[in-house]
Design a protein. Structure first.
Length: 385
């Protein structure tokens, strides 16, 4: 009995090793083929080894023909079931792999949403596909931002070219008139030339400021700034401008002694608020009112709001008023209601947004009755117990 068991064990081991060696050789030959074929070969090898071992064992044990056929048929059906499951698994993995490959080929070249996954896909491939989809969305968003920045840059170049060409033409005309001696009011011509140069200097300063805000981090110089005192200073500096334009400039601050302090650069914040107030005065008709209000919100943030009487901004343009160089329409002389609420080449609001966002704040605009309101929200100075 022990001898028979040893013989059966030896034959089974021998045939298993032979079939395993053949299967390994075949698998090596198919290593560069489709994963589906490789899985089928990997599934067939152990089935063939088991079938050969059982067949040899049946012969060695002298089992009846009837019982032998029962064993072989049972093993054959089990092998067919294993083969079918291997084919299905190979199909799932192949489909998922091809889908991942297709998404990888489209990554960075096509920003349209790919087709949804079809059929059953293993969890690992599904997770990989989801990661690729998230990467595609990030790349698509980055591509849209790049296109928007490029369009904004082109608009800015066009606008600044016009804004610089016009005063340069005026300077040329006045200088030629002075050279030819056809201008009698020489002091007046010189004052005009100085005014033109000042306006051009303002445009260049705006370009420099915007470039600094966009291309490099702001200096780390930060201190506690009282927005209440800052608003009072800006209102005082712009009172004469408002009076000359026939506009009433009002200042609204809390009745208590709250300084409404924020952490920031006083010069940068003053420039941002000055831009908003100057734009509001410029776009408010004579007899109108501009209100500069500062208060603390319920969440502790400090809000500064500038409300004018410009007549309002079209709803479709509200999201674009902070774009670099945008002026509301394609014309060079936009109407007050749709006009860019920034100065010069359309940089005032873009600079204000850059300053506010560099202070971890937010800026927005909404239409109100008869005009619009620009709001700046800034975090308060952190208190230490």
């Amino acid at each position: 009995m022990n001898k028979d068991m040893f013989t059966i064990f030896a034959l089974t081991t021998l045939w298993t090793l032979v079939v395993a060696a053949v299967g390994a050789a075949v698998l090596w030959q198919f290593r560069r083929r489709s994963l589906r074929v490789t899985l089928i070969v990997a599934g067939l090898a152990p089935m063939a080894a088991a079938l050969a071992a059982v067949l040899q064992s049946v012969r060695a044990m002298f089992i009846s023909e009837h019982d032998s056929w029962v064993v072989l048929w049972t093993l054959a059906f089990a092998a067919l079931l294993g083969l079918a499951m291997t084919v299905i698994l190979g199909h799932w993995i192949t489909t998922g792999s091809r889908n991942v490959g297709r998404r990888l080929r489209q990554l960075g070249t096509s920003y349209d949403a790919p087709e949804a996954l079809t059929g059953a896909v293993p969890a690992e491939l599904a997770d990989l596909t989801n990661e690729l989809e998230m990467t595609r969305k990030k790349l698509a968003a980055s591509h849209e931002r790049e296109r928007a920045l490029e369009a904004s840059r082109r608009e800015l170049v066009a606008f600044m070219s016009h804004d610089l060409r016009t005063p340069l033409a005026g300077l040329r005309a006045v200088s030629e008139g002075l050279e030819d001696g056809v201008i009698d009011d020489v002091p007046g011509a010189l004052r005009q030339m100085r005014s033109t140069v000042d306006r051009m200097t303002g445009l260049v300063d705006d370009l420099f400021e915007l470039s600094r805000l966009s291309a490099a981090p702001l200096p780390t110089r930060r201190s506690a700034v009282s927005l209440r005192e800052l608003a009072e200073d800006v209102a005082g500096e712009n009172n004469e401008h408002a009076r000359a334009s026939g506009v009433c400039l009002k200042l609204s601050t809390p009745v208590d002694d709250d300084r409404l302090a924020v952490q920031g650069d006083p010069d940068e914040l003053t420039r941002a608020v000055t831009n908003l107030v100057g734009n509001a005065i410029r776009h408010t008709a004579s007899g109108g009112t501009v209100t500069l209000a500062v208060d603390r919100e319920t969440d502790g943030r400090v809000r500064l709001a500038v409300t004018d009487a410009c007549g309002g901004i079209p709803d479709d343009d509200l999201e674009r008023v902070f774009d670099i160089g945008w002026r509301g329409d394609e014309q060079r002389t936009p109407s007050p209601a749709a006009a860019d609420h920034s100065s010069g080449g359309g940089l005032g609001l873009a600079i204000a947004r850059g300053v506010v966002e560099s202070h971890d704040g937010s800026i927005g605009v909404t239409n109100v009755d008869g005009g619009c309101a620009f709001q700046i929200d800034l975090p308060p100075v952190a208190t230490h117990n």
